[in-house]
Design a protein around this ligand. Structure first.
Ligand code: RIB
Ligand code: CA
Length: 307
């Protein structure tokens, strides 16, 4: 399965990238970075640090949009730390950042690969994707598996919006209107995969460089949500997209209509999910609501042990 990962690393992004690189079912054609959790210079650097931690300096990493389509950038250093990857000891990556712009890479790859064979896994704001999706490109994309949005869980950055959609609601609106098959991993499902101390310890016990680094990342990353939600561990959002590609049977959801609020300042970035099918708006996303959390962590632990 050919994928492009679009990301704003981010400790949970690192978990997603490790899971993908540890899974032979997936061919990672490239990693495209976007401004989000931290500014672009850091997300482009962090993606390379993560690849080197995984022993994969061969992976092509591209820098993309340094700000949303029309709004000012909002970042989340208070969650991810000033580096965006706080937790483990970091280092200057030696692998190169590709010269080509991430959006050009996405467009050229979708054109070059057989139509309908490339999946876009998006785990940050959707700016790069929106910039790439001219109609002749959109119709060639196999599917988008995205972490973003919420319905009953409402929001994590405002009372009504999830961070990835909140940062660039116009981009999210365009993606949901693109006609591409979408699998949406909202907070409603990611809040069911908590990095409990037992689960984090199991990851650490595998002993690989990536696993040791990830366990230190998670110990830092989870503190913010543990304090907010009073839980043991925090939601491990981004690897749910990769796990869905590997074992879709771990997840349950339903086809819904999803639209994004872009006009209201109060509810900017709200993902309006017609879960109960009360509107006549057409279905445009498979919205995931439930997951076998133990099965998810078994998969993540098993694969990170392979790096
Ligand atoms: O709301 C969670 C999402 O925002 C995750 O992708 C996290 O990495 C941040 O980008
Ligand atoms: Ca992310």
């Amino acid at each position: 399965m050919k994928i492009i990962i679009d990301t704003d690393p981010g400790q949970d992004d690192a978990a997603a990238i490790f899971l993908a690189l540890g899974s032979p079912e997936l061919e990672v054609l490239g990693i495209t970075t976007v401004a989000g959790n931290v500014p672009l210079a850091l997300t482009a650097k962090n993606a390379r640090i993560i690849c080197e931690m995984a022993g994969r300096p061969d992976v092509r990493v591209f820098a993309g949009a340094d700000k949303p389509l029309v709004r000012a950038l909002v970042t989340a250093e208070h969650v991810h730390g000033k580096t965006g990857l706080d937790g483990p000891e970091l280092f200057e990556p030696t692998m190169p950042l590709q010269e080509k712009h991430a959006v050009d890479f996405i467009v050229e790859t979708i054109k070059a690969e057989e139509s309908g064979t490339v999946t876009l896994c998006t785990i940050g704001p959707l700016t790069n994707i929106a910039l790439a999706l001219a109609p002749e490109i959109a119709k060639r994309v196999q599917q988008i598996v995205m972490m973003g949005g919420a319905y009953f869980e409402q929001g994590n950055v405002t009372p009504s919006a999830e961070f990835n959609v909140y940062v660039d609601p116009e981009a999210a609106r365009d993606v949901f209107k693109s006609g591409i098959p979408i699998v949406m991993m909202p907070l409603d499902v990611t809040h069911k995969v908590l990095t409990t101390s037992v689960r984090t310890a199991r990851i650490k016990e595998t002993g690989t460089r990536a696993a040791l680094a990830l366990s230190e990342m998670l110990l830092f990353f989870e503190r913010f949500d543990e304090e907010k939600y009073g839980t043991d561990g925090g939601p491990l959002h981004d690897p749910t997209t990769i796990a869905y590609l590997l074992k879709p049977e771990l997840f349950q959801g339903r086809q819904c209509n999803v639209e994004i609020e872009t006009k209201s300042e109060l509810t900017r970035g709200a993902s309006v999910v017609d879960w109960w099918q009360v509107s006549d708006r057409s279905h445009n996303a498979l919205v995931i609501g439930d997951v076998d959390a133990d099965g998810f962590f078994d998969l993540l632990t098993e694969r990170i042990a392979c790096l």
